[in-house]
Ligand binder design. Structure first.
Ligand code: SF4
Ligand code: SF4
Ligand code: SF4
Length: 587
């Protein structure tokens, strides 16, 4: 073990580090905070910002710490006058071409460039702009791009290619015309982009952000003509606290409910109610495909970035998708039919707002087919101008900004409960927030429905954790079935290529778009890492254990929904409101 360690000196401090460790990490171990705007854990570094330079004794040029390894015997200085001057120059040149928009920028207060200028004591702009202003791209429903704020760090290009395997954006142009763009400089909406938002989580500046819809939601909340209900996705309770400055993995379920009430929502409901409903429908669909014949393997359909991916990149495999809508959309359809009818509200005057971990959820709300409540009422003779099942989907980051804007101190709030009936849920619904969770929740129900007894060991460890593709075997109806859970679209590609080649060993597959599942979604707190994703995922499993009911079919509010309204899973009303059709969407 010891022969794999090396010794070096950083700022006069001798340290021993593992051979092969990056120099940036070694500097951090020695207590030196070497700045960088392009390097990020888990992505290859473009070494473009030039801020991480350090001086190695005996070396002619300065050394970039983000792309060099620690070397035995090196004596490194991280803040010598030469280093500080070079860093300052690099930053001043970046700022020369940057608009002075901080006060109205979505990243004001959370921008790494802004923080770096403050850290480096920049108080004036010495250099004139050399780059022409670049146009914004507002074509996509989920994210917006403002290339004028881009510092060409390359993180977005790397995450899109290396984590998602989509390569929707790349560097284009040369010299001062270099910029980030989809193929042929198209808008994102007509590119290969699936609007997962992973680029917006890693962007250090306001160059790629979620499309901010908080103004529209404030307007809804202030309108006396509207009854505005909110639903919160499972992963939000594990990440909202972090977005408001708490430690990653802090669970804030009850305080989040209290904060939403104080923002003015008339009812605070839970997407987890609809996650339990999804399990009833999707589990029944799986049993039907297994017993009566149907396309296998069946793949889950809750993650809208994944839906955009298969529709655009693998349309021939669409029959493998479950026909279930995502929980967000099931919720909207039920809220504007069953709930509106139950409490005597005009469905056209009900506003449904979702708090989601994901930018692709914004796009999902605008799919033309997601007006099923309107169609349902129309079929019953109730005419109204067309409306969507879900009016607005906000990300965790947008909700955190609204809470700050309202001056709500979430930590001091009491814990409050969700409203009935669309706020009741089980632990199975909570674990939808982590990769493998939908599979685990489905197995808790499907096993019991088929075998007439609970799954041996409720916690299905084999599909938990951050491995890219996790596999397990279950015996169902006397047959051994292989199942898999994959996260990130790069891993989805592996699964899909196997299916296309006819070599897939699986019967049932869960696919989530983002690393770690929804806890690592594109609308979640910035600057992600595996440690943060693990902490958020851990919180989701804590919540599962904390809930009294842990299987979707045990949710009494779901039983009531079926007996009073839907009839049975996969029945007529379910098909109208809870299921959908997918179509090839070439880009
Ligand atoms: S990206 Fe950062 S530095 Fe640029 S305008 Fe926005 S907050 Fe300011
Ligand atoms: S949203 Fe996702 S697919 Fe689109 S450019 Fe960003 S990382 Fe790539
Ligand atoms: S858009 Fe953001 S992440 Fe992409 S290169 Fe520009 S600054 Fe970096």
């Amino acid at each position: 073990m010891d022969q794999n360690m090396i010794t070096m000196t950083i700022d006069g401090r001798e340290i021993r580090v593992a051979e092969g460790m990056g120099l940036l990490e070694a500097c951090a171990m020695a207590g030196a905070q070497v700045p960088t705007l392009c390097h990020l854990e888990g992505l290859s570094s473009s070494a473009s910002c030039g801020l991480c330079v350090v001086e190695v004794e005996g070396g002619k040029a300065l050394t970039r710490a983000c792309v060099n390894k620690a070397v035995q015997g090196w004596k490194v200085h991280t803040s010598s006058p030469r280093v500080m001057a070079a860093r300052r120059m690099a930053l001043e040149l970046l700022l020369a071409n940057h608009p002075e928009d901080c006060l109205s920028c979505a990243r004001n207060g959370s921008c790494e460039l802004q923080a770096m200028a403050e850290r480096m004591g920049i108080r004036e702009r010495r250099f004139a702009r050399t780059r022409k202003a670049l146009a914004k791209d507002d074509s996509a429903e989920g994210i917006s791009r403002d290339n004028d704020k881009c510092i060409l760090c390359g993180r977005c290009v790397a995450v899109c290619a290396e984590i998602q395997g989509v390569t929707a954006i790349q560097f284009a142009g040369r010299g001062i015309r270099t910029h980030v763009a989809p193929f042929m400089d198209r808008g994102l909406a007509t590119s290969a982009c699936v609007q997962c938002g992973q680029c917006s989580v890693v962007c250090p500046t306001g160059a790629i952000t979620e499309r901010d819809e908080s103004r529209e939601v404030w307007r809804e909340l202030r309108s006396p003509a509207r009854t505005v209900v909110v639903q919160t996705a499972p992963a939000i309770r594990a990440s909202l606290g972090e977005a408001l400055g708490m430690e990653a993995g802090t669970l804030v379920t009850g305080k989040m409910v209290a904060a939403l009430r104080r923002l003015g929502f008339d009812k605070v409901f839970d997407t987890q109610f609809a996650a339990d409903l999804t399990i009833m429908e999707e589990g029944s669909e799986l049993i039907e495909r297994l017993t009566e014949g149907g396309t296998l393997p069946m793949i889950t359909s809750c993650s809208p970035g994944w839906i955009n991916f298969i529709e655009g990149h693998y349309p021939s495999l669409l029959p493998h998708l479950s026909s279930c809508k995502s929980p967000q959309q099931m919720f909207g359809a039920v809220a504007k039919t069953f709930y509106a009818e139950q409490v005597g509200l005009d469905p056209a005057a009900v506003g449904v707002v979702s708090i989601m971990p994901c930018t692709a959820k914004k796009k999902e709300t605008r799919r033309p087919e997601m007006r099923s409540a309107w169609t349902w009422w129309k079929d019953k003779g109730r005419e109204a101008a067309p409306y969507f099942d879900v009016d607005w989907a906000l990300t965790t980051r947008e909700l955190a900004r609204m809470i700050r804007e309202a001056g709500i101190d979430i930590e001091s709030l009491p814990e409050e409960d969700f409203d009935d009936p669309l706020g009741r849920s089980t632990g199975a619904a909570t674990i939808f927030g982590a990769t493998g969770g939908v599979m685990e929740a489905a197995l808790r129900t499907v096993y019991e429905l088929v075998e007439g007894k609970p799954l041996p060991g409720l916690e299905f460890e084999a599909v938990r954790g951050l491995a890219g593709i996790k596999e397990a075997t279950v015996v169902l109806g006397g047959k051994e079935l292989r199942v898999a859970a994959a996260h990130t679209l790069k891993n989805a590609r592996i699964i899909l290529d196997e299916i296309a080649a006819g070599t897939s060993p699986y019967t049932f597959i869960e696919i989530m778009t983002c690393p770690g599942g929804c806890v690592g979604g594109g609308g979640q707190p910035l600057l992600p890492s595996d440690a943060k994703r693990r902490a958020r995922g851990g919180a989701v499993y804590v919540e599962d254990r904390r809930l009294e009911l842990r299987k979707s079919h045990d949710n009494p509010a779901i039983a009531e929904l079926y007996s009073a309204f839907l009839g049975k899973p996969l029945g007529h009303e379910s098909h109208v409101l809870l299921h959908t059709k997918y179509a090839a969407r070439p880009f």
